[in-house]
Design a protein around this ligand. Structure first.
Ligand SMILES: Cc1cc2nc3c(=O)[nH]c(=O)nc-3n(C[C@H](O)[C@H](O)[C@H](O)COP(=O)(O)O)c2cc1C
Length: 241
């Protein structure tokens, strides 16, 4: 009898402790979720019809290397990123994107670099494009356009463009499935995305060019890319000058 009372007390406090830990865990989870959602920037809904005809866009497309410093609108940035690799608007089940991917392995990530005053209503910095929700996740807050131009072997026009889109790949997502041949598939895929970017830029009356000449290590450092990602192309964008 003497021994039983402390045991009940112990069990009660054990349950209190478990309940308290659960509450703490839940509130931490909701706090992190709230902070994360506040760090995300929802982009305006992109347009999926209208605009210039495809033949006209193809005929007009060319590489542009001089950019006006005029700020882009958030709607334009949304249209650019969605066209590059966003979710197809009618993709109800098994969501696909605006470009094809070998075995739907989707090895590419799209980064946006924004210069100071480069986009109306968007601070300078580096962002990751979240394709499935058409939002941006902020990675850092500095204007690193000059560092990026330097990393691209001194191609100074990159520092004059208000924004740059950088495509990076995690090869293993595709090579894990297709072996060495997956490398070829990743490179084909980045070609799809860059052509999308070229065409949407032309449709919006913007200038762009594919930049492939850069130091991988320096671009990785400037963007703070995680080790699993390799930068494949840089595309500065802005109004034509
Ligand atoms: C894979 C690839 C890499 C390229 N790299 C660069 C580059 O680093 N710098 C640059 O100014 N242009 C670069 N270009 C653009 C080409 O110079 C350009 O597409 C070519 O001169 C044809 O001109 P057009 O695009 O106006 O038709 C690259 C193009 C491709 C496809």
């Amino acid at each position: 009898m003497k021994n039983k009372i402390p045991k009940i007390k112990y069990q009660k406090s054990k349950w209190r402790f478990i309940l308290f830990s659960l509450c703490l865990l839940l509130s931490t989870f909701y706090f992190i979720r709230e902070v994360n959602s506040q760090m995300k920037i929802k982009l305006p809904k992109p347009r999926s019809s209208g605009g210039m005809s495809l033949s006209e866009t193809l005929n007009k497309r060319k590489s542009w290397r001089s950019f006006s410093s005029e700020a882009l609108k958030l709607e334009e940035v949304s249209q650019i990123l969605w066209s590059a690799g966003g979710k197809r608007l009618d993709a109800v089940s098994g969501a696909t994107r605006t470009y094809p991917s070998a075995g739907a392995t989707y090895p590419l990530e799209i980064y946006l670099l924004v210069g100071k005053g480069g986009v109306e209503g968007l601070e300078e910095g580096i962002y990751l494009y979240l394709w499935d929700e058409n939002s941006l996740e902020k990675i850092s807050s500095s204007d690193v356009r000059r560092d990026l131009a330097f990393a691209c072997l001194g191609q100074t026009f990159i520092s004059q463009a208000p924004i740059s889109v950088i495509i990076a790949a995690e090869y293993v997502r595709t090579t894990g499935y297709y072996g060495q041949r997956g490398i070829r598939y990743v490179h084909m895929e980045v070609g799809n995305v860059t052509q999308n970017l070229h065409l949407v830029a032309e449709e919006l009356g913007l200038a762009t060019v594919i930049v492939g000449a850069f130091s991988d290590e320096k671009v990785k450092r400037v963007l703070g890319l995680p080790n699993n990602l390799e930068p494949l192309t840089v595309m500065p964008l802005g109004y034509k000058k």
